[in-house]
Structure formats: structure tokens, C-alpha cells
Design a protein around this ligand. Structure first.
Ligand SMILES: Nc1ncnc2c1ncn2[C@@H]1O[C@H](COP(=O)(O)OP(=O)(O)OP(=O)(O)O)[C@@H](O)[C@H]1O
Length: 587
């Protein structure tokens, strides 16, 4: 085990780029030209400068670097470098040489798009993807023709490994786990074990000796694991799949905390190995972009919705181009808020010509979650990417790896749960050295979550909410009268009333009730330490209802709740998944 040394030891914290060139890292000049011409990359980032030479050397690697620092090209470039030099030249009929495993469909499309650009000049290296939601037969046909670098989500890949006999992978040299910890958190552990087994890439004991069939190419298997956050599960995956890995971007403490000794062997030129029993707690600081401004806003539950809409209005009116990603805990919550924001009008100055027929939050609005049709998911993802000014409402399906250009602000309306997810959600902004803001909504009863984040070195400042609320003139009165708490602020009260009237429409009310039920269910699903912070019994359910603009609290044992349970069971049956796994994956 080796902790790779930084190339730019003198770089200040927060610096992103290395002072060296791509060619000095050992990449072929053709590829360096592609990086510049097709992607506009002039110099490598620090993580690329560290990782590329090591990956080129053929070592197994574990990379831990902040969000938005260029990990994708750090692993794609060395793979393409080797593949384009193969003699005899690779043909489609040689099958798959490299496999990139990702947790979500959108990340699959994104990595494939980058590959496509990078391979422009190397037409004999064919990129492709397989993922849930796509047509299996079309994928089978593409696999039969041959895909040199395959990007895949685990479930669909395993499906093809079992059922597509023409899928040739005897030449497989690389297996790359992008967002490795998330793949495991989504409950794909068993699939990953089976995939590794079928591909003959398991380490120690269970390794399938026959898995690597000798071919016309000489090479050794090389596996790579990457993420901005690591956890115990990655430790397990590392043990399963990596052999004497080089650790990149990990502090010494964390490097040692990973129990690699017994299974992964050790390098002779290395520092002493930790004992086989040592398993890290992974409680070290997370790496967040230095140029990210992180804030929290403390809002009583019954005022959450009015405050959210006020902040959105404020942000979109302040800047001509504002791009925001807004995170929710459930698909139903996304649907309700999407419908509300897309239609809600409010005229506090009643009658002003300019305010008639105007949306309260004036922006282009998109949504993205796991219950949407694949086609709609793809359209939302691709369109939001191109927009200069827009709002995207999403679940954690967008939290990992997605690279939406120019996102200025991340709002976590529902708190993320694990601190790792906080890190990835805010990582959708402040990418590659750009500035970015994040805002976390917390109820007064949830304030201990800040301590949870602080354990990982994450600290947040308070958002100036009153200043924002006071900036909205109400019926011509600029100065608001005294009030006890945010929920009795005149602006909030007046807005809340309008929201409740709006939600009286039957369709909107159904959406609101469904969102309420699923939100409460998600609240109960917090695990471990977080159960202590997010306690359902501390919630005032009447106030939760208000946060969905409902005048009364819907029954949690009533029709809408029962319908949700039934629908979920039906979906599960159709897809043949176990309940536990299904609940954890549907975001
Ligand atoms: N050397 C480079 N020069 C300029 N831009 C780069 C360079 N490397 C990567 N980028 C750009 O930086 C952005 C972030 O890259 P990437 O998505 O690979 O980050 P990441 O580290 O994988 O982030 P995450 O942890 O969120 O997945 C992308 O827009 C990418 O095109």
C-alpha cells in the first residue's frame, strides 16, 4: 500500500490545477490534443496529476478527492492511452476491455458523453453504456457488435452478464468503480460481488483463476475505486477487488484506517502496515471545495414552505442568471413542489397590473427523480445542463457525480441524512475552483445536525433570513410589525395563507397529501446516530402538514397513505426486488 505523494506540494489549499502538463504525466500526445481540443483542458488538475501516472503504471488505485476536481478524466485518460496503443489495433469483435460502474443512470450518460468526446480521434475504440430503464434488446445488439469501454449501472450489467451470451469480456483489463461508496449504499453489494466473481476479478481465495482468459493482448487486471467520500463499505469493496492499491488523496490517518493488510498484501517499500483487525472509523474531515460558502437556515416547520419560496424568489430576482439545485427526500415531495412552483401566483399588492398572471418564483423549473419515465429523466437532465438560469428539483438521484455547468447554489430543503450525502449534494456547485453557495434547511429540533457535520470538519454560517423576509413589501408597508418567530412574520403568514388556498385544488391537494405521507415515512428512515436528531415523535404533524400547504393533517393510516403502500408493493412485485433494497434505491 502506497500513499501517492502530491506533485504540487507547495500548492495552497483550494488550488485546483497542477503546474505540469498532461504530456509530462506520460499521456500520448494524440490524447493530450484531444483533451485540449475536445474538452478544452489545458492543464491537469491536482488529482489528475497524482492519479494519471499511477494508473498508467498498472497499479490498483483508490482515489479520494473533493467533488468537482476532475476524477472522471483521471481514470478515463490512462485507459484510453493504453487502448489506443494496443497492437494489433483493437477491433469491436475483441469485446470489452474496460468497465466503468456507476450508481445512477444520469452519471452513466455523463461518463459516456465524456468518453465520446475523448474518443473522437480513436474511432476503433468504441464507447457504450448499459443501464436500467433502457431497452435490453437494443443493448444486447450493441454488446454483440462489441463495446470497448462500457459504462454501466450494476443491476443491468449483471443482467447482461447472466443473459447476454454474446457479451464478450475475456479481454477485460480495467474495472472502475466511480462513486464506489454510493454503489454500495444503494444496496448493490451482492450484485457487485457477483459481477466481480463472474468477471474473475475477486481477490484472495474466491478469485476465479479461469476468469482471465489468455488473449492476443498481454496485460494484468487493474481495478480502480473513486469517490469524494469513503466509508466502511468501500473498505469491504477494496478488500474484494484491489490488490496492493495505491491510495491517492487520502491523509495518512485514513490510509492506515483502511484494513487492507491481510487481503491486499503490502509493498516492500512502504511504511508499516496496520493490523489486520484495524478498521477505520472514517470519521476524518471530508474534503469540500474551499470556495464554497455554506449556510444553514433555521425555520419552524410550519413556515418551511413559505420561507423556501421566499428565498427562491429572492435569489431569482437578485440575479439575472441563477442556477439552483433543490434537494428533497422523496419523489412525491419533488412532484408536489414542482407543481406548486410551476403554477403558484401571489399578488401581495393585490391588483397591481404588473403582478397579474405572474408566477411567484419566476424561473424555468425542472424535476428529476427515480419514479419518472426514463425519457423524461433524460430530457430533464440534458436540458437543465444547458440552461443558464433555472431551478432543478431533485432527490438524491442528482447528488452524485453529476456535472451541471454553472450551478450557483444548492438548497437542501430536506436534510440529507448521512454527512457523506451532504458533501456530495453541495458538491454540485463550486466545481473546479468556481464559487458556489449552499443552504441547508433545519428545523429548531434538528439543530444538532450541525454538530454531526462538524464531526467531519464541516461548518456552516447562519443565513440572514429576516433580512430577506423583510425585503418583501407587503400591502405597501415596508416596515413589518413586531413578531415572535418566523412563522408569525406578516409576510410569511400572508404567503402561507395564499399557499393553502392554492393547494385547495383537488389535484394539488392529492400531490400534497402524497408528499406529506412519503416525507413522514422518509423522516422515520434516518439511521444510526441520525435517528436521535431526526425524531418523528418530536415532529408536530399539524405543522408538517402546513409545510405542504395543507390546512389539516392528512391521516397516515388513511387512503392516500395506504395507496402509496399498495403502489410501492405493486412496483416491487413487478420488478422482483426485495422491499428493503427497493426502499433504499428509489430516490
Ligand atoms: N484538467 C481539466 N481542465 C479543465 N476542466 C476540467 C479538467 N478536468 C476536469 N475538468 C472539468 O471539471 C468538472 C468536474 O470534473 P468531474 O466531473 O470529473 O469531477 P469529479 O471529481 O468526478 O466530481 P464528483 O466527485 O462530483 O463526481 C467537469 O466539468 C470537467 O469537465
Amino acid at each position: 500500500m502506497v500513499a501517492a505523494k502530491r506533485k504540487n506540494t507547495e500548492t495552497e489549499e483550494g488550488e485546483i490545477f497542477s503546474s505540469c502538463s498532461f504530456s509530462s504525466l506520460g499521456l500520448h500526445s494524440n490524447l493530450c490534443e484531444q483533451l485540449e481540443e475536445r474538452l478544452g483542458f489545458k492543464a491537469p488538475t491536482l488529482v489528475q496529476a497524482q492519479a494519471i501516472p499511477v494508473i498508467l503504471s498498472g497499479r490498483h488505485v483508490l482515489v479520494n478527492a473533493a467533488t468537482g476536481t476532475g476524477k472522471t478524466v483521471a481514470y478515463l485518460a490512462p485507459v484510453i492511452h493504453h487502448l489506443h496503443l494496443y497492437q494489433p489495433r483493437i477491433q469491436r469483435s475483441d469485446g470489452t476491455f474496460a468497465l466503468v460502474l456507476v450508481p445512477t443512470r444520469e452519471l452513466c450518460l455523463q461518463v459516456h458523453e465524456i468518453l465520446h468526446k475523448l474518443l473522437h480521434r480513436f474511432h476503433w475504440i468504441v464507447p457504450g453504456y448499459v443501464m436500467g430503464g433502457e431497452n435490453r434488446n437494443k443493448e444486447k445488439a450493441r454488446l454483440r457488435k462489441g463495446i470497448t469501454i462500457l459504462v454501466a449501472t450494476p443491476g443491468r450489467l449483471l443482467d447482461h452478464l447472466k443473459n447476454t451470451s454474446s457479451f464478450l469480456h475475456t479481454n477485460l483489463r480495467w474495472i472502475i468503480f466511480d462513486e464506489a461508496d454510493r454503489i454500495l449504499e444503494l444496496g448493490f453489494g451482492k450484485e457487485i460481488e457477483e459481477i466481480l466473481d463472474r468477471l474473475g476479478s475477486m481477490q484472495h481465495g474466491s478469485a476465479n483463476e479461469d476468469g482471465v482468459v489468455s488473449t492476443k493482448y498481454e496485460f494484468q487486471r487493474q481495478n480502480l475505486l473513486l469517490s469524494a467520500t469513503l466509508n466502511e463499505k468501500v473498505n469491504h469493496l477494496a478488500k474484494m477487488s484491489l490488490e496492493k492499491p495505491v491510495m491517492i488523496g487520502m491523509p495518512e490517518k485514513k490510509t492506515q484506517s483502511i484494513a487492507l493488510h491481510e487481503h491486499l498484501g503490502s509493498d516492500t517499500d512502504d511504511e508499516p502496515q496496520p493490523s489486520a483487525k484495524t478498521t477505520g472509523s472514517f470519521s476524518e474531515d471530508y474534503k469540500l471545495p474551499a470556495q464554497l460558502t455554506q449556510r444553514y437556515v433555521k425555520v419552524p416547520c410550519n413556515a418551511r414552505l413559505a420561507v423556501l419560496l421566499s428565498i427562491l424568489k429572492h435569489l431569482f430576482e437578485r440575479e439575472t442568471s441563477e442556477k439552483i439545485v433543490l434537494f428533497f427526500s422523496t419523489c412525491d415531495a419533488v412532484d408536489f413542489h414542482y407543481s406548486l412552483i410551476s403554477e403558484f401566483q401571489f399578488r401581495p399588492h393585490s391588483g397591481l397590473e404588473a403582478e397579474l398572471n405572474q408566477l411567484f418564483v419566476r424561473c424555468k423549473t425542472f424535476r428529476l427523480h427515480g419514479n419518472m419515465k426514463q425519457e423524461d429523466r433524460r430530457t430533464a437532465f440534458e436540458t437543465f445542463k444547458k440552461e443558464k438560469s433555472a431551478l432543478l428539483l431533485s432527490t438524491d438521484v442528482c447528488a452524485r457525480g453529476l456535472d451541471f455547468p454553472k450551478v450557483k447554489c444548492i438548497i437542501q430543503y430536506d436534510s440529507p441524512g448521512e454527512a457523506t450525502e451532504y458533501v456530495h449534494r453541495v458538491g454540485r456547485t463550486a466545481r473546479l475552483g468556481e464559487r458556489g453557495d449552499s443552504l441547508l434547511f433545519l428545523q429548531p429540533i434538528e439543530m444538532d445536525y450541525l454538530k454531526e457535520l462538524a464531526k467531519h470538519g464541516v461548518s456552516l454560517q447562519e443565513y440572514p433570513l429576516l433580512k430577506v423576509l423583510d425585503s418583501f413589501p407587503l400591502f405597501g408597508h415596508k416596515h413589518v410589525r413586531k413578531f415572535l418567530s418566523i412563522d408569525s412574520h406578516p409576510w410569511v403568514m400572508s404567503l402561507q395563507k395564499a399557499l393553502e388556498a392554492f393547494t385547495e385544488k383537488p389535484d394539488t391537494k392529492t400531490l400534497a397529501k402524497n408528499a406529506f405521507c412519503s416525507w413522514v415515512r422518509a423522516y422515520t428512515a434516518h439511521r444510526g446516530e441520525l435517528k436521535r436528531i431526526f425524531m418523528v415523535k418530536k415532529l408536530h404533524l399539524g405543522h408538517v402538514a402546513k409545510s405542504f400547504a395543507l390546512k389539516e393533517q392528512p391521516s397516515l393510516v388513511g387512503k392516500s397513505f395506504q395507496n402509496q403502500v399498495k403502489k410501492r408493493k405493486r412496483d416491487e412485485k413487478q420488478k422482483g426486488l426485495s422491499r428493503k433494497r427497493k426502499v433504499s434505491r428509489k430516490t
